[in-house]
Design a protein around this ligand. Sequence first.
Ligand SMILES: Cc1ncc(COP(=O)(O)O)c(C=O)c1O
Length: 342
Amino acid sequence: MAPVMRALVNPAYDPAGLRAPATDARAFHEALPGYAPTPVRELRDVAQQLGLGAVVLKDESDRLGLPAFKVLGASWAVERALADGAGAAVDTLVTASAGNHGRAVAHVAVARGLRARIFLPARALPVRRAAIEADGAEVVIVDGGYEEAVARAAEAGRAPGALELADVGASGPAHWVVDGYATLFAEAAEQARFDVVLVPVGVGSLAAAAARFGAAAGVPVIGVEPVSAACLTASLQAGEPTVIATPGTTMAGLDCAEVSPAAWPDLRAGITGTLVVTDEEAAAAMTQLAAAGLSIGESGAAPLAALRVLARDPDAEPLRAAVDLGEWSRVLLVATEGRTGG
Ligand SMILES: Cc1ncc(COP(=O)(O)O)c(C=O)c1O
């Protein structure tokens, strides 16, 4: 078996032509009940250990009352879809999810007086299923992986009264989800100074929003993937979206076999490079964050694990050079979720 490549410099990186980040979602989010910008925390010990100027972490463990960033995309996509004329006929929101997006859609459905049907892959943790059911949604467990759940949700989304809220694909909602995530980066830019961003990648919608932000701000963006679900790394290497096998990872939100078509153009031109991490490295990063008083889940801790690889691994030298990493660097880690307890 070929040795695992830890770091990739994107050969097609050319951010000049990227669209500007969306701006209209932010006012919508700010008007939601309970809205507050999530905090940015400084990790002084990490910066010192790795010889960096500063490491700051955007903590998404409590976003609008939910333990992940995903409600930013789901809420904006529902708003846009209902405003686009689907509104009157819709009584049920339908989506597939590895967990966090489904919970966000269930939450948005309650807020709008709608029902929700969420399709989860069989390997989704029972604790994630229970959290979605507690929000009053119907959960359908699909025999297969995330991609099978996506296919089932697409079918169910064609029923009368249903509105499919996919965060993957080429549909309107898949684009609006990316637009909704712009709020996270706009907040971060007001809260801290940073000159490189590390962001976890599942289907790449969040990373696409990061890439648009980075292109406008002149900040390089690195995508972080599980070693066993590195679909963006494979796609950037191949120069086209590439489906990979996903044998499983504890980083459940990142366990995706392919990038979202809605995200791909921004990823291809706007991601400086990628890093891959193991489940053990993500667990160690979680433990380190817990010791610092931060309750962050596996997918959310992946960027800290990746920063170690970036700073120390010999394979990462070309990517270190591409982002000019050194004692002057100020790094933003996007910690996308709190601990889910599973
Ligand atoms: C906690 C967490 N982090 C990161 C991601 C990755 O986001 P995307 O699928 O947009 O790449 C997800 C997606 O579900 C997630 O739940």
